[in-house]
Design a protein around this ligand. Sequence first.
Ligand SMILES: Cc1ncc(COP(=O)(O)O)c(C=O)c1O
Length: 469
Amino acid sequence: MRYEERAVEQTAFGEVRENAARLESLIANGPIVPTVTPEEIRSYLTSRYDFTKPLELDDVIADVEEMLRKWQVHVTHPRYFGLFNPSVTIASVVADLIAAMYNPQLATWRTSPAANEIERHTLAWLAGKFGLPSGTLSNFTSGGQESNLSAVVVALARRFPRLGECGLRGLDVSPVIYLTDGAHHGFLKIARMAGLGSAALRTVAMDKNLKMDVADLRRQVAEDRKSGLAPLMVVGTAGSTAAGVIDPLPDLARFCRNEDLWFHVDAAWGGAAILSPRLREHLAGIDQADSLTCDAHKWFSVPMGAGMFFCRHPDAVSSAFESDVAFMPGKTAATLDPYNATAQWSRRFIGLKLFLALAERGESGYAEMIEHQARMGEVLRGSLTRSGWRIINRTPFPLICFTRDGLVTSQFLTELYKRQIAWMSEVQLDSGPPVLRACITSFRTTEQDIEWVVGEMSRIFTREEVLSS
Ligand SMILES: Cc1ncc(COP(=O)(O)O)c(C=O)c1O
């Protein structure tokens, strides 16, 4: 490449960085929660976009940006304390643009050697951080749901070698998966998609801290074996969606080893804590997982969709997904083509956003970002307690479930949104009454943001419309 061409490219991406930084501050100073109806947006779109004649691209871009700013919950706002949709690092935004511009096809190694190796390099580094063995096979996925689905499909393929050919109807036993009520509800969909049906899911009891009760797990597995069922897999969650709870991973690993069960760890958002010297001890036992889900598009702060699936049994992954066909470019001996190792066929360059962000910040920069959020969680816990709120959950992660006597959570949230104070949600833990749930998902959230929000929340709590009569 000639020098002048390289300079033009650098300027182009430099502008993207500047614009992204400008947008970041625009969002941080704007509203968080929209008030809009489907009809309002539909009639606006119908009035402007019938696609009969071309429009100026700049005008359309400006219009789209305005729609997004007006009519979205702003998950990158520092006072979005929501489900784990993160603020995004600018390096990862630039990466998404680069991936779109070059549009590499990652289905086979031969069509995208550079992109495939960048992904492989990033995943191998992270697999090492998790303590998984060097032969671990890993891939980027669309998100945690695809990774969890992959885990079930691969576990089935390993346990039942004839499944690929005969399907579930060829089995003379029924596989069972064990998880708690705190596991992600996507497993219900997965059980249906995998053809197992929801009856294949066993809900294991939780202890008072909402962690899986290993004694109940043992009891249920023994009972199922006695009934002629085929216990297959235990799902340990490392950072439950509702309450940030970490199941007792070392105990589950030991149990699975003794019982010859597949140990899957769903660390979709909590997994990033492995980069933090302060937090990683809470993930002890994760290195024993047969398979692991961890999302880059959660606590690694890159744009959606970027999940990751790790599995220590590469042969099982191959038998689940192998699908050779003559029209695809030829294999290389040294590596497995991604279309033969994942549910996807055509593959986007998902991993570049994590690679670029990691390269820019380094491991220590990432640890700092993650620990900042954990610290903000502690600030929120402290501030809520001092102001008379009651904390319901226990977790080292920055997710706080809390309430107050007499609070009607849905009414409270309506008031909170109306005043643009913050976005948070409500949740029911272990069939209890609804409580508020706030998760620090933005590395830009500050102590001042938190103190201000808690002050405003206490003010709203004094209003009678948020109290039960
Ligand atoms: C623990 C856990 N597992 C799985 C998922 C599903 O991940 P995704 O939304 O990336 O598909 C989530 C999403 O919040 C989650 O919190």
